[in-house]
Design a protein around this ligand. Structure first.
Ligand code: KG4
Ligand code: ZN
Length: 348
């Protein structure tokens, strides 16, 4: 069995997986969402303190399996440095105490492996990675080599939901909040323009769309300024709830359309028979529906990770680690790399 630790952002999670059949024998995740919600986003200092408080207890609750462990795995890149560190320190201490080798796992590779928690690995594969920190179109070759075909040049897909939700005065994380509110809105009420429309650039950009949301909020706030021009409150109680729902729906429609619009470019040059979608924002139902239509039109099999393992979790890290364990890919001198990407990495 391999024990894996994930703490790259705001979730403290531990999983234990059997190396022989990839079955998950233990899993726990403590999310810090509630604690960060009042600030409208992840506060690194708070994340570090909460990981340091949670991780020892989460690890100890897996104690009954310690005797069967063959390696300790941990996410060492990319992520918030102050979040990665408590996980790495815990993994190193545990490995030293139990005299076990260490396995380092790239968080983004972990997200790709979330596709293979309940499925066999089938390659080659196209992948869309949509999370709070990343938005990428990937090609994974028959031998597992990962190529980044396109990525965002500014905000990520998930981040644009978080920031739009904040402007609308909704809670954190913004993805589920926008998705729920959008159900009550008219998605054509605002004619937000499609980013990079008509260009052939295989990249994403969400900052312009975010700005259109900001301007729509501002216009509604201004139209409700009291006649004496007194100060506009910063929270959005001044925007009527139906207008908020309309902005949420119109934003979500264009954000998802942008994902699909750029993917069409990728599909026209790559002949993928399989396409996987991973990352926390892959839970978005509108995006899922649009991806289903896209893949059907290219006669391509569409794979999703189980909903529970779309967002950050140690199960996907354990799954990636088991493949590394079988390849005897251990890490003598495990270091943290907060800003690494996927270039030149391999799965299996
Ligand atoms: O993968 P993840 O848990 O963390 C990172 O590695 O970043 O992704 C979290 C992101 C957040 O930005 C959150 O708002 C977004 O995923 N998200 C969604 C939905 N559920 C979560 N975005 C859009 N629609 C959703 N239903
Ligand atoms: Zn993630």
């Amino acid at each position: 069995m391999i024990l894996a630790i994930e703490s790259s952002c705001d979730d403290s999670s531990v999983a234990i997986m059997k190396a022989s059949d990839f079955s998950l024998v233990h899993y726990e995740k403590i999310s810090q969402e509630k604690e960060h919600a009042k600030y409208g986003g992840v506060v690194p200092e708070l994340a570090a303190r909460l990981h340091t408080a949670a991780l020892p207890a989460v690890i100890l609750r897996a104690k009954e399996h310690f005797k069967a462990l063959k390696a300790i795995a941990v996410t060492n890149e990319p992520g918030l440095s102050v979040s990665l560190l408590p996980g790495i320190v815990a993994a190193k201490a545990l490995a030293a105490a139990l005299n076990l080798p260490l396995i380092s796992v790239n968080h983004l590779v972990g997200h790709i492996y979330s596709l293979f928690l309940s499925e066999q690995i089938k390659l080659p594969l196209g992948v869309l990675l949509v999370s709070g920190g990343h938005t990428m179109i990937l090609d994974i070759s028959e031998t597992g080599v990962i190529s980044v075909l396109g990525a965002t040049s500014d905000d990520s897909f998930g981040e644009s939901f978080d920031k739009s939700a904040k402007m609308l005065g909704l809670g954190y994380p913004g993805g589920p909040q926008i998705q729920n509110l959008a159900l009550k809105g008219d998605d054509r009420a605002y004619d937000f323009s499609l980013p990079l429309k008509g260009t052939k650039r295989l990249e994403y950009s969400f900052s312009g769309l975010k700005n259109q949301v900001r301007l729509a909020c501002l216009e509604l706030e201004n139209s409700r300024i009291p006649s004496d021009n007194s100060k506009i409150p910063s929270e959005n109680s001044r925007i009527p709830s139906q207008q908020k729902a309309n902005i949420a729906a119109s934003f979500e429609r264009v954000a998802c359309l942008h994902i699909i619009d750029r993917l069409k470019l990728a599909f026209s040059s790559q002949k993928w028979a399989r396409f996987g979608v991973v990352g926390g924002a892959s839970a978005n139902l509108r995006l899922r529906g649009m991806l289903e239509s896209l893949c059907a039109s290219y006669d391509c099999e569409l794979l999703f990770a189980p909903l529970e393992y779309c967002s950050d979790n140690a199960a996907m890290i354990a799954r990636a680690a088991v493949s590394k364990y079988h390849n005897k890919d251990f890490c003598e001198n495990l270091e943290m790399h907060p800003r690494s990407s996927l270039e030149n990495l391999k799965i299996i």
